[in-house]
Ligand binder design. Sequence first.
Ligand code: ZN
Length: 477
Amino acid sequence: MERMFWIFVALLAGILTGLGAQQNAFSTYFEDQTLRVDYYHVGTADQESIVLDELYRLDGWAGSRINLIDTLNRGHYLLRVFDNRTQQLIFSRGFSTLFNEWQTTEEARQGGQKVIHETVRLPFPRRPILIEIVSRDRKNRFTEVIFSRVIDPDQETIRKEPRISDVLVEHLIENGEPSHHVDVVILGDGFTSDEWDRFREQASWLVDTLFTISPFKEHRSRFNVSLVLKPSPESGTDDPRAGVFKRTPLNTTFNTFRLQRYLMTYDNRAVQDVASAVPFDAIIILVNTRKYGGGGIYNLYASTAAFHPWTPYVFVHEFGHSFAGLGDEYYTSQVAYSEFYPKGTEPWEPNITALLNPPSVKWQRFVAPDTPIPTPWGKEKYDQFNREFGQKLSELRRQGAPESKIKKLSREYRKKIKMFFEKNPYKEAVGAFEGAGYASRGLYRPALDCIMFSRTLAGFDPVCAQAIEQTIRFIAR
Ligand SMILES: [Zn+2]
């Protein structure tokens, strides 16, 4: 018994020393402040480089002081920070960008060039650091260092003035210290100062919706949520195809990469400036429009049209992208990319697989022994429903049919799909269902249905849910 006691004491001491060492690592290398590194990401479909813009010192550090090295292996890029004297890795973070998405568009394939403004954030260093931005190669390994620079925390070029003024702020959910919680900031765009209440009400309702869905529901107490609005001179957002252009603080626009529903902003500096009104780990932009649209990029931001009937679904779906790096599981809608996932390479997204070594699958531990891999799910029938729906829809549109007819057709289609899913023998199973990541063949999703697959609030499949939980635990520790 006594021996057990001493083993217990030794274990406890070990854990405490371990924790102490991790916290020490933070205070050895970093201050409780943020270093914001702004840069331009420049290039073509197959070349990229980074040009430094500005460095900023900001108040506080919202991220974990314990989990400094990224263990999630998500995102197209990796920020690596080394102590410059010892070359020891002291911080890393995976992320994706609008730039790497643009590289797969038709414009890029036609030989176009692009420059996009971006930001990486890290705790403010006490001593000189070497920062690197590393890109994945065609095999999805982090091998290509596209930026490398020594930054001295004492250099006078680091700007220290507050980044923002004249914003309205409300702390919607407060559960405690930012470093031990996931801090989500919701930014309004295209809301005038008279529309603050409208923004506030819609944002609170959407946040309530998010926390009715697992695994967010179970982890609500690990979140802080704030609202920040820089009042807009004009109400609404840009809709280039309709010839509508509005002056708004975050410069959101439909038709990003010429895809109508892709509602994003290139004005990264404005987004970062306005978000800096509060400590944050994750950004959501709520855009003042009734049209359908949104977007979400891992560790950049999620954006959602605020007032469309599908807004609650879009809000949760896009946050799945931006917060946890989940991939799109659908393959039937039109997208701006061609061959987003190169053939023969396992995607880094936790919920999509190329199934290169069947029957082994990367979410193996969720798969029951009697579930076949790949999993049969009546794909031909589903594809036929979609083809028929698409044909009828374009026929109605061509005839100039009234909106009510189109709505009726959509209702019937959704009912049909719902019935089809309900009758499926593998509707509760985790397996490998072909059709995912904008590809009808060669990519597989973990379950028949998920928020990342269809426009329902049905919930996240177990693989997506685990990825979200891992992110929550990583940030909120
Ligand atoms: Zn999506």
